[in-house]
Design a protein around this ligand. Structure first.
Ligand code: CAA
Length: 381
C-alpha cells in the first residue's frame, strides 16, 4: 500500500482544512448548544464539491477517490462532528448507492442535485424494533399496479428532518426473509411520507435525527433501487462504505481531542510548571497520538482497498470499530487532562466526549463490527 498522498489529495485536504478552521470550528460550540443544523456549512460544502465527492462529474459530483473523501471528512469532523456526519451521510449512505445501483433516470432525479449539494439525502434502515438485526424489517412495500405502497416507521435517521429524499428499505415479500427486502427512493413531498419524532441527543447535537413515517405512501415502480429482493445487499454494500465515513469522523474527533489536550497541557500550570511536564500527562498524550495514528491507518487502508477494487467490508468494520473506540478513549483523556475545565461548555473537551460516543453505535455498533470481522475471518481464512 502506498501511503504517499498525490498532489491533488494534498490540495483537497488543505482546502477542507482551511474551510474547517476558518468557518466550521468557530461555530461548532454555538451550533451544538443551540442544536442548530449547520445549513450554512452544507451550502459552503456544496460550493467546495464536498457533498458528492466520489460521484462522477456528469452526475454532479467531484469524481474523486475514497482516500480524498476521507482526507476532507477528517478535517470537517475534527472541527465539528455534527457537520461531519451530515456530509458523510449524504456522500456514503445516499449518493454512493444511488450512483452504484440507480438507472439513468433515477440518477437524473435522485443523484445530480444531491451530489451537487443542492439537495440533501438520508438513509432509512433502522426501525424502532429492528436496529442491529436489519434483516427483520417490519416496513412493507406492496405492489399495486405501477406503484408500491409503503407503510412503516424508520428511526434514528441522520439528516431525516432536512432531507429532500430518502433511501428506504422495506419488505416486498416477508416469506423470503432478507431476500424479501427491497430498496426505494422516496421524495419528502410524497403524500404519506412524514417526519416523526425529532431526537434530542447526547452528542452531535447540531446534526438532525428523526423518524420517517410512511402511511400508505405511494411511489412509482420506477423508484425501486436495484432489483426487487436485492435491498438487503444494497443496504449492506452501502454500510460498508458508510463505515469508512464514520471511522473517519471518529479519527477527526480523536485528533481534535489530542490537539486540544496538547495545547491545554502546555498552557496550564500546576505545582509550578506546565502540566505537560508531568509523566502521567505525557503518557496520556503518547497513547492518544498512537491510537489516532492507528485509527487513521486502518481507515486509509479500507479507503485504499475500496479505491483499488479490493474487498473492504472487513477493513471498513475494523477501521470503524477501532477508530470509534479510539475516539471515545481520546475524548475521555482529553476531559481528564482539562480537569474541571473539561466538564464545562466553555471548552471543547466535553463536546468531543459527547460526540465520540455515537461513533460506537451508528452504522453498526462495535459488537456488529466484530461480528462482520469474525465472519469474514471464518469464511476466508
Ligand atoms: N455486502 C453485500 N452483501 C452482503 C454483505 C455486504 N457487506 N453482508 C452480507 N451480505 C449478504 C450475504 O452475502 C447474504 O447473502 P446470501 O443470503 O445471498 O448468502 C445476505 O446478505 C445475508 O447476510 P447475513 O446472513 O450475514 O445477514 P444477517 O442477517 O446475519 O446480518 C449483519 C448481518 C452484519 C448483522 C447486518 O444485519 C448488519 O450490518 N447489521 C447492522 C445494521 C446497521 O449497521 N444499522 C445501522 C443503520 S444506519 C444508521 O446508523 C443511521 C444513520 O442515519 C447514520
Amino acid at each position: 500500500m502506498d501511503f504517499a498522498l498525490s498532489d491533488e489529495q494534498k490540495m483537497i485536504q488543505q482546502m477542507a482544512r482551511d474551510f474547517a478552521e476558518k468557518d466550521v470550528a468557530p461555530m461548532a460550540s454555538l451550533l451544538d448548544q443551540k442544536a442548530q443544523f449547520p445549513s450554512q456549512h452544507v451550502a459552503k460544502m456544496a460550493e467546495l464539491g464536498l457533498m458528492g465527492m466520489m460521484v462522477p462529474p456528469e452526475w454532479g459530483g467531484s469524481g474523486l477517490d475514497t482516500v480524498s473523501y476521507v482526507l476532507a471528512l477528517e478535517e470537517i469532523s475534527a472541527a465539528c462532528a455534527s457537520t461531519g456526519v451530515t456530509m458523510s451521510v449524504n456522500n456514503s449512505l445516499y449518493c454512493a448507492p444511488v450512483q452504484k445501483f440507480g438507472t439513468e433516470a433515477q440518477k437524473e432525479r435522485f443523484l445530480k442535485a444531491y451530489a451537487l449539494g443542492q439537495k440533501l439525502g438520508c438513509y432509512g434502515l433502522s426501525e424502532p424494533g429492528t436496529g442491529s438485526d436489519a434483516a427483520h424489517q417490519q416496513t412493507t412495500a406492496k405492489k399495486d399496479g405501477d406503484s408500491y405502497i409503503l407503510n412503516g416507521r424508520k428511526n434514528f435517521i441522520t439528516n431525516g428532518p432536512h432531507a429532500d429524499a430518502a433511501l428506504l428499505f422495506a419488505m416486498t415479500d416477508k416469506e423470503k426473509g432478507n431476500k424479501g427486502i427491497s430498496a426505494f427512493l422516496v421524495e419528502k413531498e410524497t403524500p404519506g411520507y412524514s417526519i416523526g419524532k425529532i431526537e434530542k441527543k447526547l452528542g452531535i447535537c447540531a446534526s438532525s435525527t428523526s423518524e420517517i413515517v410512511l402511511e400508505d405512501c405511494r411511489i412509482p415502480k420506477g423508484h425501486l433501487l436495484g432489483e426487487e429482493g436485492q435491498g438487503f445487499k444494497v443496504a449492506m454494500w452501502t454500510l460498508d462504505g458508510g463505515r469508512i465515513g464514520i471511522a473517519t469522523q471518529a479519527v477527526g474527533i480523536a485528533r481534535a481531542s489530542l490537539e486540544a489536550a496538547i495545547r491545554y497541557s502546555k498552557e496550564r500550570e500546576a505545582f509550578g510548571q506546565a502540566i505537560c511536564h508531568f509523566q502521567t500527562i505525557q503518557n496520556y498524550l503518547a497513547e492518544m497520538a498512537t491510537r489516532v495514528d492507528a485509527a487513521r491507518l486502518l481507515t486509509y487502508q479500507a479507503a485504499w482497498n475500496k479505491d483499488n477494487n479490493l474487498s473492504y467490508s472487513k477493513e471498513a468494520a475494523m477501521a470503524k470499530n477501532f477508530a470509534s473506540e479510539a475516539a471515545v478513549w481520546c475524548a475521555d483523556r482529553c476531559v481528564q487532562i482539562f480537569g474541571g475545565y473539561g466538564y464545562v461548555k466553555e471548552y471543547p473537551a466535553e463536546r468531543y466526549y459527547r460526540d465520540a460516543k455515537i461513533t460506537e453505535i451508528y452504522e453498526g455498533t462495535s459488537e456488529i463490527q466484530k461480528m462482520v470481522i469474525a465472519r469474514s475471518l471464518l469464511r476466508d481464512c
